[in-house]
Structures are given as C-alpha cells and as structure tokens.
Design a protein around this ligand. Structure first.
Ligand SMILES: Nc1ncnc2c1ncn2[C@@H]1O[C@H](COP(=O)(O)OP(=O)(O)OP(=O)(O)O)[C@@H](O)[C@H]1O
Length: 342
C-alpha cells in the first residue's frame, strides 16, 4: 500500500547539507497499522511527510497503491493524495469554528453538496462518539475530544490511508488509550492502512502490527512487534523496549537488585507465547537443590499474546544453579539474562 524504496531526503540550510532520511526501505501493507519510532530528530516526521509528498525525496521512490508519487502529474498526484489523510499532535483544528464545520471543511473543499455533507458529517461524528458536540466550538473541547474531531475530519473524505504524526503525544494516558482504541476500530471497520510516528513504545505495543525504528535518519531495525519486543537487536531498540518493560518494575526492587553482590544469581527470565503459563520455576525448585526467589514478575500482552518477564534469584550451589538455568532455558526458551551475577 505504501512502499519506500531507497528513499533519502537531504535538506540544504545555509549552505549545509543535512540528511534527514537516509536510504529508507519499508513496505506498509493494506489494513496494517505500522509504527515508526525514534528519538527527537531521528527523521520520523520527514519520513511520514514523504509518504504524502508534503516533502519530495532527494532520491529513491515512494509508491502509494502502486503509483510512483515522485513521478505523477500534478492532477494524478492530487487524486492519489485524496486517498491519504493525516492527524496531528496539536490537532490543527479551526478553533473558532464548530465541530460540525471542522469536519465538513474537507467535504466543502471537495465540492460536495450540502445534503451529502450533512449526512457524512453526522455519520462520522457518531462513529467517533461526538454526535452531541456538533455545535460546540473547537476551543470548548478537551484534548481527547479535539483529537476525535481531527480524526473525524480526516475520515470525512473516506481515505484509504491515515498518517498519524504523534497523534497521542499531547494526551494523558487514559485519553491516549481511548484514541488508540478508536484508531483500531477505524482499521477494523474501514480496512484503513495506518502509518503512525511516535516516540512512545507503549503506543507501538498497544496498537501496531509492525514497527520501524529510526535513528539519525536511518531505519535501523524493523519487524513484527512481538519479535521486536522479545528479541530487539539494536541497542536503541532495546532502550525503547526497556522503557516499557522497566516502567512497571518498582523502584525499590530495581535499587535492591543493583546492590546485589557478585555471589548472587539474578536472572531476567523471559517466557514467550503460550509458555507464559508454564510452572517451570516451581519444577526447577523441586528437581534441583535450589530455591527460586521471584523478585519481580510481569506478564505483558503484545498483540494478544502473553509475554512473561520475571526477575528471579536462584539460591544454591553454583553447580545446581547452572543445571537449573540450563533446564529453564530448555523448557521455556529463556531469551536473555539481564543480570548474571554468577
Ligand atoms: N525543512 C527542513 N529544513 C532543514 N532541516 C530540516 C527540515 N525539516 C527537518 N529538518 C531536520 O531533519 C532532521 C529530522 O527531523 P524530523 O522532524 O524528521 O525528526 P523527528 O524524528 O520527527 O523529530 P521530532 O520527534 O523532534 O519531531 C532534524 O535534524 C531536523 O532539524
């Protein structure tokens, strides 16, 4: 649906060249929610603006629905662009206009009749849960409601692709969840293709099918969410994953682990997929001469798949600990050891 082939974007500023996107390759499939994550300045906004040709690439090609956006006539480009809508971090609403008018705006520009506009606006406001706010002014709404208006406006012209530029970054966690639920519903009910950029791994975890990680203009890693979470390869990807994994570990436990001395055996044990429910640690305690002390445990759900994450201490002689560890690794695919004090 959206394809980047060897795309680069170089800006020239006061005689200096700055490569904002470097040799990017990615494919977003129809009906997929694809996330792009990176720290500030990584090139995410530029990448998403290349998707609808708000920016022209310096080299490479951008295909949308098979059309090479870099080689279209102005008329054809307008027509392909009509399939693409965008929502923004700060909503970009007409603050002095009503909710109704904001959503009607792109339909008025498209020359639709009054009756078509009325029908469509009412339908879409109902869909985003703002039917009773049609006559409110945008500046009378909460942030979450404003983003719903932004989404309704984006959907008004029935696009196939929705680009989301940090769409939840200005919202509190609860409102973020409700907007993410709405985006999922849009994908499911309209088979929308969604390309979203964010710096929040939580957002990626909750909604995306696949993700690309950007750094210094390059896509340094990409893949299915589950694979990326359970087996991140690049150190920046690991940082993003740990921002979610560590977020829930109580500070007192983290501080405690850091003070453990070399003679103790502390491991992070990662349980994948259906194995998350297996009683492997109690089996280890019965089978070997060790005690298992669970310091911290968490089971995340990534794309409806359980992903267990435990920090355990194995107490016993070095030999027994080694045997136990090998047993755990065989049985539940221990992915990696965070703290190996042995
Ligand atoms: N129009 C422009 N002219 C010159 N340089 C630009 C322009 N737009 C972006 N850049 C530069 O390109 C790099 C990537 O910027 P971009 O906005 O794509 O990053 P980002 O990952 O979206 O960052 P943020 O999360 O802070 O918005 C930055 O160094 C930025 O200064």
């Amino acid at each position: 649906m959206i394809e980047f082939n060897n795309v680069s974007k170089v800006y020239e500023h006061e005689g200096q060249h700055l490569t904002a996107v470097k040799d990017a390759n990615l494919q977003v499939e129809r009906g997929e929610i694809f996330g792009v994550i990176g720290f500030s300045g990584a090139g995410k906004s530029t990448l998403v603006r290349l998707a609808n040709q708000l920016e022209r690439p310096t080299s490479g090609e951008v295909l949308v629905d098979g059309f090479d956006m870099t080689n279209l006539s102005a008329k054809d480009l307008r027509s392909v662009r009509r399939q693409i809508s965008m929502i923004f971090q700060h909503f970009n609403l007409l603050e002095s206009k009503t909710v109704y008018h904001n959503v009607a705006f792109p339909l008025i520009l498209a020359g639709e009749s009054k009756s078509t506009i009325k029908e469509r606006v009412e339908e879409i406001l109902d869909f985003v849960g703002l039917k009773d706010r049609a006559n409110y002014y945008a500046d009378q709404l909460s942030g979450g409601q404003k983003q719903r208006v932004g989404i309704a406006r984006a959907l008004a012209t029935s696009p196939n692709i929705l680009l989301c530029d940090e769409a939840t970054s200005a919202l509190d966690p609860e409102t973020t969840q409700s907007i993410l639920e709405l985006l999922k519903r849009i994908r499911d009910e309209y088979n929308m293709t969604i390309l979203m950029i964010t710096h929040e791994m939580d957002v990626i975890k909750d909604i995306c099918d696949r993700v690309a990680v950007m750094e210094g203009g390059e896509i340094i890693e990409q893949g299915a969410i589950f694979d990326l979470f359970t087996n991140p390869k690049h150190s920046t990807t690991r940082k993003f994953v740990e921002s979610v994994m560590k977020a829930d570990v109580p500070k007192s436990i983290l501080a405690d682990i850091e003070t453990y001395n070399d003679s103790r055996h502390i491991y992070r044990v990662t349980f994948l997929r259906s194995r998350a429910g297996e009683p492997v640690l109690s089996r280890v305690a019965k089978k070997f001469n060790v005690e298992v002390n669970i310091l911290y445990g968490q089971i995340l759900e990534i794309q409806d798949t359980p992903f267990g994450n435990l920090i355990v201490e194995l107490q016993g002689g070095d030999d027994e600990v080694l045997k136990s560890l090998n047993y755990i690794k065989e049985t539940v695919s221990v992915e990696r050891v965070l703290v190996d004090a042995s």
